[in-house]
Design a binder for this molecule. Structure first.
Ligand code: UGY
Ligand code: MN
Length: 255
C-alpha cells in the first residue's frame, strides 16, 4: 500500500477534552487485543481523555480476513459487532454487510472471518441492574430493525438495533438523513456517544466547534457535549452510534 501523503500536515482530525473527530486519513492500524490474527484501528477508548471526561467504552474497526478469530471480550465486557463490509461467522451463523450481533459479557463464542472486509465494534463493561435479568445474545440486521422518523421528521430516520429493555445498558442506533435534514436541536445529555459515519457527509457541531464530516469519520461525544448535525451534499448521510442507557448516574451506572 502506498503511504498517504499530507504534505502540509493537514487533517480534519481533532481531539478535545469532551469530544473528538477522527478522520479516516489519520487512522493507524495495529494488532487488536482479544483477537487472533486481526488488526484494526482503535477509534475511541478511555486512553483518549482525562477523568472524569474519558470515554467509558471502546469503539474500533477490525479488518477481517479468513484468519481473523475471537472467542470473547475482556471479563465483564459486552460487545456489539456490526459488519460494514465482507462477512463473518458467529458460531457457524453467517453475518453479512449491515448485520450485527450483541454478545453478552462473559459469554464465549466463536467469531471468525469469512469474507475479507471490516467490522465496527463497540465494547463496554456491562452494569448489572439488580432484579433484572441480563439479556441473551442478539443477532439482527439493519433492514429488520424498527425504524421511525426522529421526532416526527421522515427525512431523519432512526433505526434501533437492540431491544429497548432495561436489561440492556447500551443502545446502538443507525441514523439516516436526507440531504438538508438536521438533528432538530442542539442535544445536551447525560449519555455519551461513539459514532461512525457509514455514508454521506455533513457538518457536526460538537461543543462550540463545527466539523465537516464524511464517510469513514468517527466521533466521540462525552456526556453533556452539545451536539447537532446537518446532512449536506447530493447524497443522503447515515451514521451508526452507541449510547449508554438505563443506568442511574448516581449509582455509577454510567461508569
Ligand atoms: O440518541 C441520541 O441521543 C441522538 N439523537 N444523538 C445524536 O444523533 N447525536
Ligand atoms: Mn445524542
Amino acid at each position: 500500500m502506498s503511504p498517504r501523503l499530507t504534505p502540509f500536515g493537514q487533517s480534519r482530525t481533532h481531539v478535545d477534552f469532551d469530544h473528538a473527530m477522527i478522520g479516516a486519513d489519520s487512522h493507524v492500524v495495529s494488532p487488536l487485543f482479544h483477537w487472533e490474527k486481526t488488526s484494526g484501528v482503535v477509534l475511541i477508548s478511555p486512553a483518549m481523555g482525562a477523568l472524569p471526561r474519558a470515554p467509558r467504552f471502546v469503539q474500533y474497526l477490525a479488518n477481517i480476513t479468513s484468519e481473523s478469530r475471537t472467542r470473547s471480550a475482556p471479563a465483564g465486557v459486552q460487545r456489539l459487532v456490526y459488519v460494514l463490509a465482507g462477512s463473518i461467522e458467529l458460531n457457524g451463523e453467517r453475518l453479512t454487510t449491515d448485520m450485527f450481533a450483541w454478545l453478552p459479557a462473559d459469554s464465549t463464542y466463536e467469531l471468525v472471518g469469512e469474507k475479507d472486509g471490516q467490522i465496527l465494534v463497540f465494547e463496554k463493561p456491562y452494569v448489572v441492574l439488580p432484579g433484572v435479568a441480563s439479556p441473551r445474545q442478539v443477532v439482527g440486521s439493519l433492514k429488520d430493525a424498527p425504524t421511525e422518523p426522529f421526532l416526527g421528521d421522515s427525512d431523519a430516520m432512526l433505526a434501533t438495533l437492540l431491544p429497548i429493555e432495561l436489561g440492556f445498558d447500551m443502545a446502538v442506533n443507525v441514523f439516516s438523513y436526507e440531504s438538508g435534514a438536521t438533528l432538530p436541536f442542539v442535544e445536551t445529555h447525560v449519555m455519551e456517544h461513539g459514532l461512525y459515519m457509514r455514508s454521506g457527509q455533513g457538518i457536526y457541531r460538537l461543543s462550540n466547534s463545527w466539523y465537516p464530516v464524511q464517510q469513514g469519520d468517527s466521533i466521540w461525544m462525552a456526556a453533556y457535549c452539545p451536539q447537532w448535525f446537518v446532512a449536506m451534499g447530493k447524497s443522503s448521510a447515515s451514521y451508526i452510534y452507541y449510547k449508554d442507557i438505563h443506568r442511574d448516574p448516581l449509582q455509577g451506572g454510567l461508569s
